[in-house]
Each structure stands twice: as structure tokens, then as C-alpha cells.
Write a protein that binds this ligand. Structure first.
Ligand SMILES: C[S@@+](CC[C@H](N)C(=O)[O-])C[C@H]1O[C@@H](n2cnc3c(N)ncnc32)[C@H](O)[C@@H]1O
Length: 284
């Protein structure tokens, strides 16, 4: 997936990243120069690459569990960015507390324990530091597994894969989750991008290549898609055409801030959608 990730089917990552970076840009006058940045789940390094062109960056660090993604990031970003092959849930074991001006958490919240990731972000940020969060919500792409697609989607496992994500239910849930973890919200966008799946090839590009449903751990997904492709190709001859499918990618894009004066209470993982206890995910 790492080699094809930047194909970015339907430009979903690119367009949402633009919104996130605009939010950061609008608040950059509140920061001093040489922003220290950590990216939790850096992927191929696109967010830091985009920031490099706009913001004066200091020490930058990226975590990722995928060596393939890190290798793409290394080619893109060069040696100026420290890349760490480790679980972002342990990020504070690698960096000093309150050392960061900006934490990026883009499309990684749902991979494990979202609440734990936010705790890591909170610990690493200096008081007044920023968290840029981008995530899909659980309502995303519902058109792919409801209605006329339900049977095929169940068989391929699209719904099962999406359900493994511990993403927030919706934008309001995402805001709530951030506030529960002590963040103030500076800017937020309930961002919806319509997409059109014209064929199973599009489903495959979205799910496999761009990592919206699997990130390589589900080794059988590709096989199931191939099987479904054959069945659907036959079905399309005899049954009414299933495509195109118009769907909506529902995302929550938020710039939050660690308060300068911290409340005295301790943050413990909240039992809400995004902070479900770690669900091992194969999905993106
Ligand atoms: C959908 S991609 C997002 C990449 C990047 N943040 C972006 O917006 O383009 C998710 C990335 O998170 C990484 N990832 C998943 N779980 C992780 C974890 N627990 N710790 C670190 N990285 C993780 C994956 O390997 C993948 O590179």
C-alpha cells in the first residue's frame, strides 16, 4: 500500500489536509518561529511536507508502525525529520513531555485507542500548543454497505473492516472527545466530500491502495475483492447495474489547543467512541 498511498483516490487525503493546514495557518501568528512538530502516524509524510512550505519548522518527528510508509516519508522529507518506527501510543516514551508546539493526528485515531492517542498528544504538547486532528467518522461511506450493496459488502467484509475502526460517531462526538481530553477547540470543520465509485476498480483503489479500509494487515481482503469482482461482473450482466455508487466521506477536521492554564484533574481514558479500548484494526 505504501507505494500507492500517494495516488490518494478521489483526493480525500489531499483535500482534507488542505483544510487542516489552513486551520493551522490561521493560528500561526500565535506561535513563535521554529515550530516543533510531531506527527502521530506520519504515513508518507505529506502533512509535514506541506507545512514545510508554509510554516517555519523546528525539530520535526514522525511516528509510524509501517516501515514501508516510513521509507516513503524518508524519501520525501529527507534527514531533517526524525522518523521513528514505533507505535504512536508510546510516543511520549520517545520525546520529552511538553516539548512540542504542534501534534498532527491525521487519519490514525481509529487504528487503536483514540483516547490514548489524545493523551499522548496532550502530554507532548507545551501549554498553548496545538493539536491538528483529522479523522473519518463512522457514518463515512455508509452507501457502500447499505441498501443494494449490503449483501456484496458483507461478503467482501467492507462493513466489518470499517467497524473495526474506533472512529468518532460523528463530528459532534469528535469535538466531545477532544474536550473530554482537556483540549480547547479553536477551529473545526464537519467536512463532507462526495465521491463517486464508478466501478469495483474504484472501490479497490479507495479500500486497498489508499488504505481507507485496510492497511495491509488483512491479507485476505484483496482475495475477497478479486472474488467479488468476478461475481459482480457476472451480476452486472444479468442484474441491474450496481454502479455508479454515490457516497460521502464524512470527516472531522479540528484544530485544538492545550490550555495554557491546565485544569488540575487527571485525564483518564473516556469510554466514548473514539476512546474505545484498543481495537486492533486493519483499516484506515
Ligand atoms: C491512513 S494513514 C494516514 C497517514 C498520514 N497521517 C496522512 O494523513 O496521510 C494511517 C497511518 O497510520 C499508521 N499507523 C496505524 N496505526 C499506528 C500506530 N498505532 N502507531 C503509529 N502509526 C500507526 C499507518 O501505518 C499509516 O501509515
Amino acid at each position: 500500500m505504501a507505494e500507492r498511498y500517494d495516488n490518494d483516490w478521489a483526493n480525500l487525503y489531499g483535500s482534507s489536509r488542505r483544510v487542516a493546514i489552513e486551520q493551522i495557518d490561521q493560528h500561526r501568528h500565535r506561535t513563535r518561529g521554529g515550530l516543533s512538530v510531531v506527527d502521530l502516524g506520519i504515513g508518507t509524510g505529506n502533512a509535514i511536507a506541506d507545512l514545510q512550505g508554509q510554516v517555519d519548522l523546528g525539530q520535526c518527528t514522525g511516528f509510524d508502525v509501517s516501515p514501508g510508509m516510513l521509507s516513503q516519508a524518508a524519501q520525501k522529507l529527507g534527514p531533517a525529520v526524525e522518523l521513528i518506527n514505533a507505535d504512536a501510543h508510546d510516543a511520549s516514551a520517545h520525546l520529552p513531555p511538553t516539548s512540542q508546539d504542534l501534534v498532527l493526528c491525521h487519519f490514525v485515531l481509529g487504528f487503536g485507542d483514540g483516547g490514548h492517542l489524545l493523551e499522548q498528544a496532550f502530554r507532548l504538547l507545551r501549554p498553548g500548543g496545538y493539536l491538528s486532528l483529522a479523522t473519518t467518522t463512522r457514518r463515512s461511506f455508509a452507501e457502500l454497505y447499505e441498501g443494494r450493496f449490503e449483501r456484496y459488502a458483507n461478503w467482501i467484509g467492507v462493513k466489518k473492516s470499517l467497524d473495526r475502526l474506533s472512529n468518532p460517531i460523528d463530528h459532534a462526538d469528535c469535538r466531545r472527545l477532544l474536550q473530554q481530553h482537556g483540549f480547547d477547540i479553536l477551529a473545526d470543520r464537519d467536512y463532507r466530500q462526495p465521491v463517486c465509485f464508478r466501478s469495483l476498480r474504484d472501490v479497490r483503489g479507495w479500500a486497498l491502495d489508499s488504505g481507507w479500509v485496510v492497511n495491509g494487515e488483512d491479507k485476505h481482503f484483496g482475495l475477497r475483492v478479486a472474488g467479488a469482482w468476478t461475481l459482480i461482473a457476472l451480476a452486472m450482466v444479468f442484474l441491474r447495474p450496481l454502479f455508479p455508487v454515490h457516497a460521502t466521506c464524512e470527516m472531522s477536521i479540528v484544530l485544538a489547543q492545550k490550555p495554557v492554564a491546565q485544569p488540575s484533574r487527571q485525564f483518564s481514558p473516556q469510554r466514548s467512541s473514539g476512546s474505545d479500548s484498543a481495537r486492533k484494526s486493519v483499516a484506515g
